[in-house]
Design a protein around this ligand. Sequence first.
Ligand code: FAD
Length: 346
Amino acid sequence: MHVDFIIVGLGLAGVAFAEELRKNGKTFIVYEDNSQNSSLVAGGMYNPVVLKRFTPVWNAKEQLEIALPFYKKLEDRFDKKYQYSIEICRIFKSIEEQNNWFTKSDNSLLEEYMIPKIIKNTNQHVKAPFDCGKLKNTGRIDVNLLANDYRENLRKSKKMREVGFKYADIIFEEESIEYQDVKSKHIVFCEGFGLKENPFFNYLPMREAKGELLTIYSPDLKVDYLIKSAVFIMPIGNDLYKVGATFNWKDKTKLPTPDGKNELESKLNSVIDCDYKIVDHVAGIRPTVLDRRPLLGIHKKHKQLAILNGLGTRGVMIAPLMAKKLFQNIEKGAQLDKEIDIARFE
Ligand SMILES: Cc1cc2nc3c(=O)[nH]c(=O)nc-3n(C[C@H](O)[C@H](O)[C@H](O)COP(=O)(O)OP(=O)(O)OC[C@H]3O[C@@H](n4cnc5c(N)ncnc54)[C@H](O)[C@@H]3O)c2cc1C
């Protein structure tokens, strides 16, 4: 089989790159072995404001301008709903934070998102003695549904091989590679934390962060906005809420743990005081990088190999723009910004 591209890994990075190829009429085949699941368990939130300090997220506006139409196109193509607009309610911890909110919402990069007033908490089950600030133009993507639909679509068109990619089987030719029965011009690695097993790119400084997340059922809570306090509580319909997420830099497994559950429950109990039932508990490893920027670029020695990784904690917003930039880099030689180019680690 002859293709233009092999993609290794079909999380958000792989989906975004596959879409870029489809749009540009390139042929490809995907390898996916379910060894990682960050995209499948992600909360899916997009939010251009850092909620700790009320500062703009790096490049957020440019990312969202590409990301929202990207998800809309997939909704149209698969006739499904993936994007939900949800306001975010950031619960204040003090008067000082309230004042800070007013000062920061004056910033031209933030005024589109931060509503410059204190919103009174009227929900008796939400503990917010200092009330909250609201963000608009924020929301969530149902990444799990989207990723599974995308896989199904590729299965049907026979573009998906559900086996692990074996790095040692690559045979390099002058301008292409051979991999088992496939001849391809390029391989793009989108393996998330699986990067650690990749002998061509595992020198890159990934500082992965495991995250755990609960889904709770709480018919009394009645909240239709996302609450951000000690944890986030995100409504997903039918009185279900996602509650997350933990950060653990030591545990490298994608298994949910009793410690993760206890941490989330105890934080959740500090924010709400009504009954709930835990109906799901998941975990995954975020592909975060030492300098908190994505990892894009072409291998220094093997020009047929490229990487799209390091989406960190914000894959939903970042992935579509990064896929576009990497495609332009590979196909048109367009220069990558220094801060995302893997050349910064050479
Ligand atoms: C608990 C949690 C909550 C999160 N919440 C949010 C959120 O609200 N908003 C947000 O934007 N981001 C969130 N994230 C981060 C987000 O999940 C990531 O930024 C993004 O999903 C990473 O996508 P990826 O495609 O790079 O990696 P992954 O989703 O991990 O995909 C990599 C894929 O490559 C495959 N693979 C790896 N090696 C091989 C191999 N050798 N052969 C074949 N296949 C291979 C894996 O099986 C996997 O499917 C969250 C993450 C976690 C863990």
